[in-house]
Design a protein around this ligand. Structure first.
Ligand code: NAG
Length: 350
């Protein structure tokens, strides 16, 4: 059973987001690079974005814009003759950059990701159910091991949300060692790093060119004992069947990062901070993906084709703070963090 999607947010916002994205991308082209932007292609992208019936304007437009923008070729910088004026300007620019970096490192709260990647919430075709309006018995008979569902209005983790705000978490857990996993489907390669270093240096936007197996982030692997002082404040979604055990898995990740298609046992994943976009396929399907490709590349390259050809098996939605997605066993899923995200998964097993 596929539930009715609930549209939150509007096309106007999405269009504006895509417009902002193009401005940002254009600004990113450094002086010195050969300006070969295809303006006709950009106009075509803008037209797509404003098309009223294009449910995928954002995701489609993002890849559209990427394709229209010039490929970067490093042009050697011409040495500019030094003058007191340019020196002063350079010094001021350097000071501003340092101040900005300092400010970012000291940010008290988690930051939003770039616009243009939420695919519009109207694309959501997974049932969204108020957690307070459904009993455990109803959850078990309607959804458990049958179909994904998003539980809304959880409202149970206000305290945990405070404790995992950026500054609070770095202050309380910055010196803990965390294990990072590579963001590909099969071979979760591992790296160890202090949590503070991770937050300060590894939460930048996912690179468009890096491979998933060469991208590392923090999810799914930690020493429970080390984090018990924090996890004790997490309240699990109250729908675990009798006799099943739950294992918690905590994650912190930067914008546009994610794990490509994979599957495992059933469970919940709650967004604590930031929005996380989910793509799922039923167990009997064979999704189109490369196990070492990032979710970002999949969103830019594969997703628009799937949407253009109409893919009846694809389930998708964005999960917000105070919401948790339930995924049944063996459902394929790919995750895509839209912002700096803090999330807690509850894996269920007998
Ligand atoms: C990552 O995956 C690609 C393609 O599957 C492969 O060519 C490359 O060697 C891998 N890199 C590492 C570090 O394993």
């Amino acid at each position: 059973m596929r539930g009715a999607g609930v549209a939150r947010g509007g096309r106007v916002t999405a269009g504006a987001g895509a417009a902002l994205l193009v401005v940002l991308l254009v600004l990113l082209v450094p002086a010195g690079a050969t300006p070969t932007t295809d303006n006709h292609a950009l106009d075509a992208c803008a037209a797509r974005t404003s098309a009223d019936d294009d449910r995928d304007a954002c995701a489609g437009a993002a890849s559209c814009y990427m394709a229209a923008l010039p490929t970067q070729t490093a042009t050697p910088q011409q040495p500019t003759p030094s003058s007191p004026d340019t020196d002063r300007n350079a010094a001021a620019a350097a000071a501003a950059a340092t101040a900005e970096q300092q400010e970012q490192e000291n940010a008290a709260t988690w930051r939003s990701g770039p616009p243009g990647f939420d695919g519009e919430l109207a694309a959501c075709n997974i049932a969204r159910v108020d957690a307070g309006q459904i009993t455990r018995a109803q959850f078990l008979s309607i959804y458990h091991e049958k179909t994904p569902v998003i539980l809304t209005n959880l409202e149970t983790n206000t305290r945990f949300r405070e404790l995992t705000e950026r500054q609070a978490l770095v202050e309380s857990h910055g010196d803990r060692t965390v294990t990072l996993s590579s963001a590909n489907t099969y071979s979760y390669d591992k790296r160890k790093i202090s949590f503070k270093t991770y937050v300060d240096t590894m939460l930048g936007e996912q690179s468009r060119t890096m491979l998933g197996n060469e991208t590392f982030y923090m999810f799914g692997d930690h020493d429970w004992a080390d984090w018990q002082d924090l996890f004790q404040f997490y309240v699990e979604p109250p729908f675990t069947p009798d006799g099943m055990l739950s294992a918690l898995s905590f994650g912190v990740a930067g914008p546009l990062s994610g794990v490509p298609m994979h599957h495992h046992g059933c469970g919940f994943s709650e967004s604590i901070h930031g929005r996380k976009r989910w793509f799922l396929y039923p167990p009997h399907t064979v999704p189109n993906f490369h196990p070492d490709q990032t979710t970002l590349r999949w969103v830019l390259d594969v997703y628009p084709q799937l949407k253009a050809s109409g893919d009846p098996d694809l389930y998708e939605c964005v999960v917000h703070p105070n919401e948790a997605i339930y995924f049944p066993s063996n459902w394929w899923h790919a995750t895509f963090n839209l912002d700096e995200c803090v999330f807690m998964s509850t894996f269920l097993a007998f």
